[in-house]
Design a protein around this ligand. Sequence first.
Ligand code: 5GP
Ligand code: MN
Length: 319
Amino acid sequence: MQVTEKIKDYLTGVKKLGIGGHIRPDGDCVGAGLGLYAYVRKNFPEIEVRLYLQPIAEKFKFLKYSEEIVSAVDHNEVYDLFILLDSSDKDRLGEFEPYFDQAKRTICIDHHISNNKYASENIVYPTASSTSEVVYDMLEESLVDYDTACALYLGIVHDSGAFKYSNTSAHTMNVAGRLMEMGIPFTQIIDNTFYSKTYVQNQVLGRALLESILFFNGKCIFSVIKRDIMEFYNITSKDLDGVVEQLRITKGVECAIFLYEVAELEYKVSLRSNEIVDVSRIATYFGGGGHIRAAGFNMKGNMYDVINNISQQIEKQLG
Ligand code: 5GP
Ligand code: MN
């Protein structure tokens, strides 16, 4: 599906622009946000623009303008336009939701099949690899510079698993190719932000794999990291990137479940599947969202309740 909307058409008459992304911003959210922010800063200097995101991972801070990201609700601004990126629900905006609610006009740019079209205009392309790919398609190609290219490339790399997930298309590769032509350090972007892990991250990954459990005849796998473990290793949710992905590629597995404890009797759930299970449907059922092969949500209860509830839904689909 070709993206037909152009960002410049939405910026006419806009003096104050707010941009936001989802809570615990991932690579795609940061890449799309900083890519669009850099583009507006350079090509529309008359527009006052702010980018709101919760604190981003250290590894993303090489991106231009990352130090200009606003991570606190700092004033009562009414924006002419507020663009919410990579968020299937409005409440994914977290503490910045009032800026969206008060804005004169709102747009959502996204690629989640579960998007519930909450903005006044919804630019949602579920077949796109990433929100960064959709953002690229909305820009004037000749005005995309090095800084925007680095950010959007990073976003595409993260959501496509470095161009290997099933959401990667020939168009994704064409966009990546055009971004590479800007002379961006693509090897470093992939290694330093996607594959590289700290020693502690590797230890926790190892622990999650060691303690993982296969069920449904080896078709499903799950693992959990409790709060005491997170405290022991002094890690946050950002350090758990990649765990569910490693579980997913376990031979014979169709569906992988990874949980980490966010509060007493509350878990963040990540789901991945390979060919059969529509995990977006399961996540939406439990109040979250995502894509057919990658989705997530929060669930209250003890670990066994959570796993039982999810397995019932998986079983329905596996038959
Ligand atoms: P992850 O498992 O990596 O946290 O997320 C996988 C996909 O599911 C991402 O595209 C993410 O945006 C979506 N997702 C994860 N958690 C939630 C959630 O709580 N609500 C919604 N709506 N989507 C989520
Ligand atoms: Mn995304």
